[in-house]
Design a protein around this ligand. Structure first.
Ligand code: ATP
Ligand code: MG
Length: 419
């Protein structure tokens, strides 16, 4: 296995940026990501992720993976092509409208995963036979497929998209509640690490439970949900299920009042109760040797939607802006030299230095105009731009531009490397 390279010459980068926004994209996230060459649109709601886009997605995945592992999640990769039988067994084949249905040439029916309860429950039934095998939490990060009606939000609502889905099984409701609280904290940690402020919103439990579920919402006008949240405490509710209005006093803290805002759901956690255990006759032997059904939970995070939300949240009129936690490269090294001159020699040397220091760096080593390079650099949105021009050769100091704030600092070669 080769290690991920932490350097890339832009002259060799597979993709190029484009000046014009694609005519068929209405959402800001898709317009910018397509222009910057991070993604390529195949059809409404389906995108390919190109080298820069794939790096961002993988960094988001890694943050999520670390936090899932930290609460005891075990990672798997479940099948994407599913037999229709378990879906018929739970009723979802007919009741869930986004399920894709595929017929083979021998008239056999299949679906492609829109969620994986139908796959994980039969797997868990095989390995969980005693209370000693509980609790357990299994997760994966992978593609999901949904026959969504509207797909106008760019990568925020895909017909194919990347999700982290975790499923947990428990002996008792108390143990489920313990894990549920842990998962909620873990989710908030993930969004914080990504630089986002997410609110845990009380929502309806959906089809299988009368209990509340939590949706994790990031405020953005690009979202498709409406929430009411308290100006003072952490109370937040999906406007869809609430009879409260904007301006009402908060019923939790009795101090603040409710504000209404557009938001995007970047994750949710559900108590599934015994629904799937019942459907698949899944029981384990309890401490008295009696058969019991486990309590099950599911925990989703929209990985690719998060990437879209991050674009919507951080981008400005010049282009993408990535926080360092997910940027495809930490540094954009921009040489203003021409092939073989003093400037480009210095830039080559700094590129080597940065790579040796373990800094992930995209090196614009191409012969084009400074203005063009800077505009492109802004569009790509790497956190820090280091410019190698005439004055760097003359004075030994480099202009370092912070993409998010636009602030400019002069730094010596040593200071650039000391990160
Ligand atoms: P939504 O209400 O937005 O359709 P959902 O309730 O159907 O979401 P889940 O089935 O719980 O979502 O999926 C878990 C997470 O996957 C969601 O919180 C969301 O972040 C993400 N997600 C769901 N549908 C899509 C989609 N079509 N494209 C991208 N991400 C999605
Ligand atoms: Mg949905």
């Amino acid at each position: 296995m080769s290690k991920i390279s932490n350097g890339m010459r832009q002259s060799k980068l597979f993709t190029k940026t484009r000046r014009e926004a694609p005519a068929d994209e209405v959402s800001k996230n898709a317009q910018l990501l397509v222009r910057a060459g991070y993604v390529h649109k195949e059809m409404a709601g389906v995108y390919s992720y190109l080298p820069l886009g794939k790096k961002v997605l993988e960094k988001i995945e890694q943050v999520v993976r670390e936090e899932m592992d930290a609460i005891g999640g075990q990672e798997v990769r479940m099948a994407t092509l599913h037999p229709s039988e378990p879906w018929k067994q739970t009723g979802a084949w007919d009741s869930v409208d986004v399920v894709f249905k595929i017929k083979s040439r021998t008239e056999k029916e299949y679906t492609i995963g829109q969620s994986e309860e139908e796959i994980i429950t039969p797997i868990a039934r095989e390995y969980v036979t005693s209370y000693k095998d509980l609790p357990v939490a299994i997760y994966q990060i992978g593609q999901k497929y949904r026959d969504e009606l509207r797909a106008k939000s760019g990568i925020m609502r895909g017909r194919e998209f990347t999700m982290k889905d975790m499923y947990s099984f428990h002996e008792t409701q108390e143990d489920f509640d313990r894990f549920y609280a842990l998962a909620k904290e873990s989710y908030l940690k993930i969004y914080t690490r990504l630089g986002l402020i997410a609110k845990a919103t009380e929502a309806s439990g959906g089809a299988f439970t009368k209990k509340l579920s939590y949706e994790f919402m990031v405020l953005t006008d690009a979202g498709e949900d409406d929430i009411l949240y308290c100006s003072d405490c952490s109370f937040c509710v999906n406007a869809e299920i609430s009879d409260q209005k904007e301006g009402d006093a908060c019923t939790r803290c009795h101090k603040g009042s409710l504000a209404r805002a557009r938001a995007s759901e970047v994750g949710n956690i559900f108590d599934l109760g015994e629904k799937y255990a019942k459907d698949f006759s899944f029981t384990y032997k309890d401490r008295e040797g009696k058969d019991q059904r486990p309590i099950m939970g599911c925990f989703g995070i929209g990985i690719s939607r998060l990437m879209g939300v991050m674009v919507e949240t951080f981008a400005d009129d010049k282009g993408l802006v990535w926080p360092e936690a997910v940027a495809p490269f930490a540094v954009h090294l921009v040489s203003l030299g021409r092939d073989g001159d003093e400037i480009s020699k210095l830039a080559d040397a700094v590129y080597d230095d940065l790579r040796k220091a373990g800094v992930e760096v995209l090196y614009d080593d191409r012969d084009s105009r400074a203005g063009e390079k800077f505009a492109e650099s802004d569009l790509l949105g790497l956190p820090q731009r280091i410019i190698v021009g005439k004055d760097a050769v003359a004075t030994g100091t480099f202009e370092v531009v912070n993409r998010a704030t636009g602030s400019v600092e002069k730094k010596t070669r040593e200071a650039i490397l000391a990160r």
